[in-house]
Design a protein. Structure first.
Length: 358
C-alpha cells in the first residue's frame, strides 16, 4: 500500500499490527498512488511488450521524476499524469508520454504460442551436472575481439550479419540469464556461457569508439549500428526515426528498447559482428496463452529477472532476422540446495490464488 509492489509471502511471515499502533497506522494514508500516462495513442489495446519494457527501463533508470496530474479518475482510483525527467518539466513535448507516443513501439506482433505441453516434465529433477555452468568464470576474457577491434583497416558493412546463436536441442538443458521480463509470454534470456564473451565485446567497443573519429552515418530502419547509451556502446537495430532528432533502437544483446540521439550512433564495425546476438526472446512453456494481469506479471518478474536459471527449450520459432527468433522454454531455479523450482508451476499456482481473491 505504500510502495505499490506485489509480492508472494508465506503465511508464517504475516504479523498482526498491535492495537496500540493502529491509530498511528490509520493516521498516515497509503503512500502509493496508481497512475497512468495521459495522451497516449488511442485504441492501442493491450500494450506491446516493446512499449512495456521501454517504459520500465526508462522509469527505473532515472532516480526521480516530476509529474503533472491532468485528470483524477476517482471511480478507478487512478491519476492520469504527464511524467517528466526533472530537467524537462513542464515541457509536455519532452515528457515521457510524448516520447513513448512518438516511438515505433505500438505495432503488435502476436506472441509465439506454440503447441507445447509440460508432458510431465515438471517432475523431472535437474541434475547437478546440467547446472554446473552456473558458476561465473573468473578467467581472462577471450581475445578474439580485442586484437582485431583496434585494426584501422576493418571494413564497414551494413549487410553482414552476426552468425546465428547456437541453441540447445529441444528437451535439453541450457544455462541462461534473464536480462528483462515483461510477463510469462515475453521475456529475454541470454546464454550464460557467452556472458564473458559479451563483456569482452562491450569493453572493446568502448575502447574502439572512444578513440575513433566520428563518421557521418546514413540512418536506415532495420539496419545495424553501434549506439552510445549513457557511457556504454551497444550493438543496436534502428526501429524508428523520431521527429525530434532521436532514434528508437533495440539492443540486440540485452533485449532493451532505448531512445538515443542520432549524434550518438556510429557504423558498426565488422569485427563487432563476429559474436552472435545474445538476446533471445522467449515465452514460458507449461502455461496457457492469455492476457497477463499486472499481479501475475510482477510475480513472474520477481521470480526470474536478473537471475541465472536453467532453461529447457521446448520449441524454437526461427526467423529470417536473427533478432526476431523466439523460443518456448521451461525455466528452473536451481539456487536452493535440495529443491528445483519450476517457474511455470509457481506461476500457475499464483494465478489460481489471484482468481480466488477476485
Amino acid at each position: 500500500m505504500d510502495t505499490g509492489t506485489v509480492a508472494t509471502v508465506k503465511v508464517s511471515e504475516l504479523r498482526e499490527i498491535p492495537p496500540q499502533f493502529l491509530r498511528e497506522v490509520f493516521a498516515i494514508p497509503p503512500q502509493a498512488i496508481k497512475c497512468c500516462l495521459a495522451d497516449l495513442p488511442p485504441n492501442t489495446g493491450m500494450w506491446t511488450p516493446d512499449a512495456v519494457l521501454w517504459l520500465r527501463d526508462t522509469v527505473m533508470n532515472c532516480p526521480e521524476f516530476s509529474m503533472k496530474v491532468v485528470k483524477q479518475d476517482d471511480s478507478k482510483g487512478i491519476a492520469h499524469i504527464y511524467l517528466f525527467a526533472p530537467e524537462n518539466f513542464p515541457d509536455t513535448d519532452r515528457s515521457i508520454n510524448r516520447q513513448i507516443k512518438n516511438a515505433d513501439l505500438w505495432k503488435h506482433q502476436k506472441d509465439v504460442f506454440l503447441s507445447v505441453t509440460p508432458s510431465g516434465t515438471s517432475s523431472t529433477k535437474v541434475t547437478s551436472d546440467a547446472v554446473s555452468a552456473l558458476q561465473l568464470t573468473s578467467g581472462r576474457l577471450e581475445k578474439s575481439v580485442s586484437d582485431s577491434a583496434r585494426e584501422p583497416s576493418s571494413a564497414l558493412s551494413t549487410t553482414d550479419m552476426p552468425p546465428p546463436l547456437p541453441l540447445s536441442k529441444t528437451g535439453e538443458l541450457m544455462d541462461v540469464y534473464v536480462s528483462v521480463a515483461c510477463h510469462p509470454g515475453h521475456f529475454i534470456v541470454q546464454p550464460w556461457k557467452e556472458l564473458h564473451n559479451l563483456e569482452a565485446l562491450m569493453e572493446e567497443m568502448i575502447l574502439y569508439y572512444s578513440r575513433a573519429e566520428e563518421k557521418p552515418v546514413n540512418i536506415e530502419k532495420n539496419k545495424l549500428y553501434a549506439a552510445k547509451i549513457e557511457n556504454q556502446w551497444y550493438r543496436v537495430i534502428i526501429k524508428g526515426i523520431l521527429r525530434n532528432g532521436f532514434l528508437s533502437v533495440y539492443e540486440l544483446d540485452y533485449g532493451k528498447h532505448e531512445f538515443v540521439s542520432i549524434e550518438k550512433v556510429q557504423p558498426l564495425m565488422d569485427t563487432f559482428r563476429k559474436l552472435p546476438f545474445q538476446a533471445i526472446t522467449a515465452q514460458l512453456a507449461g502455461v496457457k496463452s492469455q492476457q497477463w494481469s499486472e499481479e501475475a506479471s510482477i510475480v513472474f518478474r520477481n521470480l526470474v529477472e536478473k537471475k541465472p536459471l536453467v532453461a529447457q527449450i521446448q520449441a524454437v520459432n526461427e526467423s529470417t532476422n536473427s533478432w526476431d527468433r523466439k523460443i518456448v522454454t521451461f525455466l528452473v531455479d536451481t539456487s536452493l540446495p535440495d529443491t528445483d523450482i519450476w517457474i511455470h508451476d509457481f506461476v500457475s499456482q499464483s494465478l489460481a490464488e489471484f482468481s480466488k481473491d477476485d
